[in-house]
Design a binder for this molecule. Structure first.
Ligand code: AHR
Length: 321
């Protein structure tokens, strides 16, 4: 047996079958746009997935979704599978920043434009067409500035931080923006910081632990990298017999329906929005790339800030996610 045929034997059956199926389908999927979603962890992400589908439907685009359900290896293979199928463009919402170079090179070699949405990657920017996302550093800074102003008369503000998924761009950048801003205020201290994986369940678990180990009377504020973790933290604060929003200030990022409702209920003090409705911008970028236009490497989404002064029932009624 030659070296080549030995190697052929080692191609896993499932991959070979999927490649064969893909090549048989090549004609059918030739004009398709593939959306590679990293997961389904909360309402924000469901809204983003929905936004892609409704934009594709509106434009009559042949659209396929691959959802990795938080599995990074699967997500890389989902991109690879769309490359093998020779789709005309790939929209990618990556789980985390690292490890994307090889599969992005495969897309480039196949001349398939890759549009990144919502999270960036550490790969060479020449390997993707554009990144459409919020400025996560700025989101963290704005939340910190709001909290600093709100607590400026307090001699000591002890904060705990619930971080997003380790290695993900919003977790890295929201921490950077917030922590740097807090460091400018001598009365403010971040006592602990831990991964809550952007989920309500994990946010509650980590906050329960902070309240037990640090002490419920010592914590003055919680900064959650998203609303779902803030909502989990609220459950933990209430279970410990404290009033969220009053005894312990709660600030977060996203602006989902439940988060904004919590502002109206007095349980969250401030939310900086992060827009998940990226379908229109993503498909505009696909169309531009297909025409051969050069796009800016980063399109930044504008985000609003909500607090108990600015939040209204009317804003909540208009919220689509
Ligand atoms: O990448 C954006 C973040 O990912 C959102 O803040 C969060 O809710 C989601 O899981």
């Amino acid at each position: 047996m030659t070296l080549v045929s030995r190697r052929t034997c080692f191609i896993p059956l499932a991959v070979a079958a999927s490649m064969l199926a893909a090549s048989c389908n090549q004609k059918k999927t030739g004009n398709a746009v593939g959306f590679v979603q990293e997961g389904d962890e909360n309402a924000w992400r469901t809204a983003e997935t929905q936004s892609m589908k409704s934009e594709a439907d509106k434009r009559g685009v042949n659209y396929s979704l691959a959802n990795a359900q938080g599995d990074k290896e699967k997500q890389i293979n989902d991109v690879r599978s769309f490359v093998v199928q020779r789709v005309s463009a790939i929209i990618l919402a990556p789980k985390d920043e690292s490890g994307w170079e090889p599969v992005l090179k495969e897309a480039r070699d196949a001349k398939i434009p890759v549009i990144l949405v919502d999270r960036g990657v550490s790969a060479d920017p020449s390997l993707y067409t554009t990144l459409i996302a919020s400025d996560f550093v700025q989101e963290g800074q704005r939340v910190a500035q709001w909290l600093a102003n709100d607590t400026k008369d307090q001699s000591e503000v002890n904060i705990v931080e619930l971080e997003g998924t380790a290695g993900a761009a919003p977790a890295i950048d929201r921490k950077k923006g917030f922590d740097e801003e807090i460091a400018k205020h001598s009365n403010m201290h971040i006592l602990a910081s831990q991964d809550g994986n952007f989920t309500r369940e994990q946010g509650k678990k980590v906050m329960t632990n902070f309240l037990l180990t640090i002490g419920k009377d010592k914590i003055n504020a919680v900064y959650a990298h998203n609303d779902d973790m803030a909502l989990g933290a609220i459950q933990a604060i209430e279970a410990a017999g404290k009033k969220p929003g009053t005894d312990i200030k709660v600030v977060s990022i996203d602006g989902i329906h439940d988060g904004l409702q919590a502002i109206l209920d007095g349980k969250i003090n401030c939310i900086v929005e992060c827009n998940p409705m990226l379908g229109q911008d993503a498909f505009d970028a696909v169309a531009a790339a297909q025409k051969g236009d050069t796009l800016p490497k980063h399109k930044t989404e504008a985000d609003a800030l909500f607090d108990q002064k600015s939040m209204t029932k009317e804003i909540l009624a208009e919220r689509k996610y």
